[in-house]
Design a protein around this ligand. Sequence first.
Ligand code: GLV
Ligand code: MN
Ligand code: MN
Ligand code: MN
Length: 432
Amino acid sequence: TAPVSSTLELSTLKINADRLNGTIHETATFGAALRFGPGPTETGMARLALDDNDALVRQYFVKEAKELGCKVTVDQLGNIFAVRPGRRAGAPTAMGSHLDTQPTGGRYDGILGVLSGLEVLRTIHEANLTTEFPIAVIDWTNEEGARFPKSVVSSGVWAGELELEEAWSLADINDPSKTMKSELARIGFLGETPCSYEAMPLGAHFELHIEQGPILEQSSKLVGVVLGAQAYRWYTVDVYGRDCHTGSTPFGARSDAMLCAAQCIVASNKLAKEFGALASTGILTLEPGSTNVCPSHVRFSLDIRHPSTAELHRLCDALQEEMTRIGSKECEIGCKVRTTLDRDSAAAVFHDDAIIAVRASAASATSADKIEEMYSGAAHDSCPVSMRVPTAMIFVPSKDGVSHNPVEYTSPEECALGAQVLLHAVLNYDKM
Ligand code: GLV
Ligand code: MN
Ligand code: MN
Ligand code: MN
């Protein structure tokens, strides 16, 4: 392979937009979920972490990467590292994101980042270039936390933020007999390489992602240079009351777990607004689940986000107190409210050098008035990874700001622009 010969040759290097978009839509057959009913869509995806479709897209990714001369390593959490050698040995400059989706996801969240990384490899390979340092594309396992309910979990273990055993033992929320570890083994992606930044060091991490919000679209921008991401916590809240007959039990004699849970959820919304935060409940189950029985047990999820880690903690403390108060005072004869912290992620601050590489790349790919410097509302694999290596992200617009929804859409031109910025961010960093 010829070394990179001149800056001219490098700066004119272009990703292949048709090939990228073709790959996005062809691999969408692995987990396509057509949804009819409210908002029929042809673009829905349900590729839950480590299910059969995730296995298929992983096999595709491994095969394609090997054909491009990559060495592929799978670690103990099924994270796939496809590394293309550089002129020098050393830690690779990586492009990572995730191939799993929400149960009602779209074709772009996470997927764009990994497949754009593959497109960057294809572009560099086709041009017969050798970078200074190795470059890598990474598929991080179970970013979504939809099936195994801890988000950004495998990049979190890699970064030393979470324990391997904790991730391995996460159970499928619909089938507790299946764990992350058993499903990794079942689909053939339980690797032997330790999941850690020491065993699998990276030189830098770049992630192209759809914005998943309305900021770029509303300001008519095309590229977000992402400087960091907000802090978040996930809780499971259990409310315990007492089963009782709905017809014969006066309000004053009830310990109604559902009424208590409802008040707690409303309180989370009210407090979050006061703090300039977000609070959401996406899972709620109750027992026994009968029209004429007040439930004795309600379990719900709470997802709380704030740009500042310290403010997030203050809000969570205040909410905890308020929910305890609601349990003891507001629900007739009282309920017990127990919260369990499932995920605790500090605000991420990305690295100047990586941001500079993205900024320069964006400036060479589009006009200055199309670029926005911004923070991420969502969490990403780049958040834990940024604790260990220089990291930055690139955003492209989400139509109507919609994501975690089958109608999620980013145009082929916007996807291609994002991949182009990713390519040159990596090449810029390689020379830094
Ligand atoms: C990750 O998908 C998040 O919940 O932000
Ligand atoms: Mn994502
Ligand atoms: Mn997502
Ligand atoms: Mn995400």
